[in-house]
Ligand binder design. Structure first.
Ligand SMILES: [Zn+2]
Length: 222
């Protein structure tokens, strides 16, 4: 029986490996990937040169900090029409918090004296789309423990939306909202420092949703 179980595990691992190899190789051949990498590096160097000519730094410390998604379309300084130096931002796919992010926020509250913390979700968030898909069709074998951990942090939001009458889009939207509240709750539960600052009225924690199609930020009521 034990041997049967072991051989099943081995078979699953062997089955999982080629899938990973195919997906990681992607569509481009390594030589084309190299060309793309070189072009990206060139873009970075010339972009940075242009930046050096127009550098604008806000003097003083930022007054607010923000948890936002890693999505390239959700750029806090651009969304709020602010300059570098005005927002202390930590970003992760799906605007989740983990120990490193909570530590960064505690630094922002303690050392930088930020008195406002914004948790910013956004419409059409791929992280939550993936989490919904994972919820409905769970992965049998995770290839990455990091992705498994990230998914675990997104699942409470998916699980909290139970209305079966919602369309796929409305469900996605509801999960995005629930996820902002979930991150706010996690901040309070897993960081006694930030929770205490909020209790002492030294930190205001607010949630918002950035609408990709209009550019508007909708502030959420708790
Ligand atoms: Zn996102």
């Amino acid at each position: 029986m034990k041997f049967f179980k072991l051989s099943m595990v081995l078979a699953l691992l062997v089955l999982a490996l080629p899938v990973g190899a195919v997906e990681r190789t992607g569509i481009l051949a390594p030589a084309d990937v190299k060309k793309e990498q070189d072009a990206v590096m060139q873009m970075l160097v010339s972009g940075n040169k242009a930046h050096q000519a127009h550098i604008v730094l806000k003097p003083g410390l930022p007054k607010l900090m923000m948890v936002s998604c890693a999505d390239s379309r959700v750029e806090p300084e651009v969304i709020f029409h602010m300059k570098p130096g005005e927002i202390y931002t930590v970003r992760a796919f799906g605007n989740i918090v983990d120990k490193s992010i909570l530590g960064s926020l505690e630094y922002g509250a303690d050392k930088l004296q930020c008195h406002v913390l914004v948790v910013l979700g956004h419409t059409h968030c791929s992280a939550l789309q993936e989490a919904i898909s994972e919820h409905d069709n769970p992965t049998s074998v995770w290839r990455s423990l990091n992705l498994q951990d990230l998914n675990g942090r997104l699942q409470p939001a998916v699980e909290s939306v139970t209305d079966k009458s919602l369309s796929d889009d409305d469900r996605w939207d509801a999960v995005v909202r629930a996820n902002v509240f979930n991150t706010m709750r996690t901040i309070r539960e897993e960081s006694p420092e930030l929770w205490q600052l909020e209790q002492d009225d030294m930190l205001k924690i607010v949630g918002g949703i950035y609408h990709l199609d209009t550019g508007k930020v909708e502030w959420l009521k708790e």
